[in-house]
Design a binder for this molecule. Structure first.
Ligand code: ZN
Length: 268
C-alpha cells in the first residue's frame, strides 16, 4: 500500500523531471530523489549538472557522495539503465553499489532492448523495487510520449527476444572470485593505503579480453584494468586509499569496446 507521503515523493520526482532541458526527441525527461523516512536528502534531474548526465548518477555520485544510503529510498521516474557507453557504470549498478534500500520506478524503459532489465537487475541484487502509483505512471508516460515513440521506432523489434539481451546479471561467472574476496586486505603500505589482490578466472564468456574492476568504498572508488589471458586468468591488484567496513566491487568484462558481462560483489 502506497502512503500519501510516498505519493508526495512520486509527485516531486515528476516535478524534477519537468526541469530537464530537451536534448533531442529521443532523450527522456527523468527526475529522481532520495529520501530517508520523511526527509528528502537530495533531488536531481537528467542533465542538471552536465548535458545528458543521468539523474540517478547526479543524485548518488554528485550530491550524495560518501553518504551511507542503506536506509534510503530512491524515486526515479524512468527505469534505471543497465547499459552505458564504454566503461561507464549504468545507474542500476550505482544503485546496487550504494546499497539503497528500495527504488520506486515511474516508467519502464520503452527501449525494447532494455525494457524490464533495470527492474530485474535491481531485484537480482537484492534491492527492493516497486512501481509508482498508476496515476503517476500515466503522468510520466505522457511526459515522455515523444521519447517513447522515437525509441520504439528505432529499437529493433526482434532484438528483445535475443537471449543476450535478456541476460540479467546475477551469479558471477568469475569462478574463483570467492577465493580472493575471502582474502583479507594486504598489509597497509607506508602511505596508509591498502593493496587489494585481484586474481581469478573468467569462465563461460566468448573470448574475454580484459577485466575492469572498481572497488567502491565509502567515499571513492579505485579501479584497475587487468588483461585476461587465453585460459581466462587475470591477476593484479587495486590500491585502496581508505579503509571501509564494506566494499562494493564492480566488474566489467570486455572484448574491445563490447561489454560481455557486468556484476557486483558486496564484501562486508
Ligand atoms: Zn542511467
Amino acid at each position: 500500500m502506497v502512503t500519501p507521503l510516498e505519493e508526495d515523493f512520486m509527485h516531486m520526482a515528476i516535478a524534477e523531471a519537468s526541469k530537464c532541458q530537451p536534448e533531442n526527441r529521443a532523450t527522456p525527461l527523468v527526475g529522481a530523489l532520495a529520501v530517508r523516512g520523511a526527509e528528502i536528502l537530495a533531488t536531481a534531474y537528467r542533465g542538471e549538472r552536465k548535458k545528458g548526465e543521468h539523474a540517478e548518477f547526479t543524485l548518488l555520485e554528485r550530491k550524495l557522495t560518501g553518504q551511507e544510503l542503506r536506509d534510503v529510498v530512491v524515486y526515479t521516474t524512468l527505469e534505471p539503465c543497465v547499459e552505458r557507453g564504454h566503461l561507464k557504470t549504468p545507474c542500476a549498478f550505482w544503485l546496487v553499489m550504494r546499497q539503497v534500500q528500495k527504488v520506486y520506478v515511474g516508467m519502464l524503459d520503452p527501449n525494447r532492448d532494455i525494457l524490464g532489465l533495470g527492474y530485474r537487475t535491481l531485484r537480482a541484487y537484492g534491492v527492493d523495487v516497486d512501481m509508482f502509483s498508476p496515476a503517476f505512471q500515466q503522468l510520466i508516460e505522457a511526459q515522455n510520449e515523444t521519447f517513447a515513440r522515437e525509441i520504439e521506432r528505432s529499437s529493433t523489434t526482434l532484438r528483445f527476444a535475443r537471449p543476450a539481451a535478456l541476460k540479467v546479471p546475477g551469479p558471477t561467472p568469475i569462478n574463483s572470485l570467492r577465493t580472493w574476496l575471502a582474502r583479507p586486505l594486504a598489509a597497509g603500505t607506508s602511505s596508509g593505503s591498502f593493496k587489494y589482490p585481484i586474481t581469478g578466472e573468467v569462465a563461460g564468456l566468448d573470448r574475454p579480453e580484459a577485466l575492469h574492476v572498481y572497488v567502491y568504498t565509502n567515499r571513492r572508488y579505485e579501479g584497475g584494468t587487468f588483461p585476461i589471458d587465453t585460459d581466462g586468468h587475470f591477476s593484479g591488484h587495486v590500491i585502496l586509499n581508505e579503509q571501509s567496513t564494506s566494499y562494493a566491487i564492480y566488474f566489467q568484462v570486455i572484448r574491445g569496446k563490447e561489454t560481455l558481462y557486468r556484476t557486483i560483489a558486496m564484501v562486508r
